[in-house]
Ligand binder design. Structure first.
Ligand code: 1HN
Length: 345
């Protein structure tokens, strides 16, 4: 690799003349923006322990009323990007949100896509596009771009969930904004019931819904059962994994980020390939050791960690007799659509 000329090699009066015309020489900065073989990644392997963040989130419940927060969230920020950037990776935002009994997070809609993965508590719900979605541990609820959503809580204990958004990308593209609304009228029909059986979809009078987001809630009980059935049916299958999809088309559930669930068999060690997208691992059930590059994390239920792209990830189920279940979010729909997707094995 040849050395390129440096900025300091150029006479100061020439550099000043360039700057006055808003001009920059490419060669001194070329290697930084396009390094050989492997891109520069600010995303660092990072672990957020639920046990450590939970009391701080509950404290936010005492310090800041919901009216002063709209969404009471502690952001899981990757120090490699700078905490103030509120990014887990280039395209992924993560936050832990708290709703106390009786509270209501008012209706709004925005350009970034979001999903919620419920971590703790019963009795809350999110209304998305008029559909009331109950929230239980492990449920995945979509609030895709442009759809109205609001959260309420009829239970008697705090509810906490993980928010995953493509906010950093929407912000980078200068497309991130929101609109406030009023309480939604609830409509008939529940996507999780209409699409509860794989292989058949509703088609009244031979017409399919054609909706871009026919299913907004993916109950954990169904996803878990799908993983267990898959594991039983294919004892030799190494990666017992499912992807959250649009049941009408089989495409990714949302446009930019991908969502998956993984079952690690008792005692299993699973090596995930080094792929271009960054990824996030959230432990729903069990006990898992995650190895990312030269970093190791021990995940307890409710814990979340992230991995940069182009990096292999090894997950080991620490439980010898019972499976562990992991929710995975990644940037793969985005990379595939842009033609940037790579699997380096
Ligand atoms: C948002 O709308 C929610 O609706 C949660 O619960 C987190 C983070 C950034 C921007 C919008 C929500 C968010 C958010």
């Amino acid at each position: 690799m040849n050395d390129l000329g440096r900025l300091e090699d150029l006479p100061q009066d020439y550099r000043d003349a360039l700057a006055r015309q808003n001009l920059v020489p490419l060669w001194p900065g070329l290697r930084a923006v396009m390094p050989p073989q492997v891109p520069t990644r600010h995303t660092r392997p990072t672990h957020w322990a639920y046990q450590a963040l939970r009391p701080l989130l509950l404290q936010a419940g005492e310090l800041t009323p919901i009216e002063k927060a709209e969404r009471r969230v502690l952001v899981l920020a990757n120090p490699g990007h700078g905490l103030e950037k509120m990014q887990a990776s280039a395209a992924i935002y993560l936050g832990m949100q708290l709703l106390m009994p009786g509270e209501w997070a008012p209706s709004h809609r925005h350009t970034p896509n979001a999903v919620r993965m419920v971590v703790e508590g019963e009795g809350s719900w999110t209304t998305v596009d008029g559909e009331k979605c109950p929230m239980s541990r492990g449920d995945l609820i979509l609030t895709p771009t442009g759809l109205w959503h609001e959260h309420g809580h009829d239970g008697d204990q705090p509810v906490i969930w993980l928010d995953v958004l493509d906010l950093p990308l929407a912000y980078y593209l200068e497309t991130s904004y929101h609109i406030n609304g009023s309480r939604q009228a609830q409509r008939e029909g529940h996507g999780d019931r209409a699409y509860a059986r794989g292989g058949v979809v509703p088609s009244p009078l031979f017409e399919r819904s054609g909706k871009r987001y026919p299913m907004l809630r993916y109950p954990w009980a169904d996803t878990r059962a799908a993983l267990e059935t898959l594991a039983q049916d294919r004892p030799a299958l190494e990666a017992v994994q499912v992807t959250y999809v649009n049941p009408e088309t089989g495409e990714d559930a949302e446009n930019i980020l991908g969502f998956h669930a993984l079952m690690l068999r008792p005692g299993q060690t699973l090596r995930l390939p080094a792929r271009s997208p960054a990824s996030v691992y959230h432990l729903i059930e069990g006990a898992v050791e995650a190895s990312i590059a030269d970093t190791g994390f021990t995940l307890a239920p409710g814990d979340t960690c992230c991995a940069p792209g182009y990096t292999g990830v090894t997950l080991r189920n620490r439980q010898p007799d019972t499976p562990s279940f992991v929710f995975v979010a990644d940037e793969s729909p985005l990379h595939r659509k842009l033609g940037l997707y790579e699997d380096r094995g």
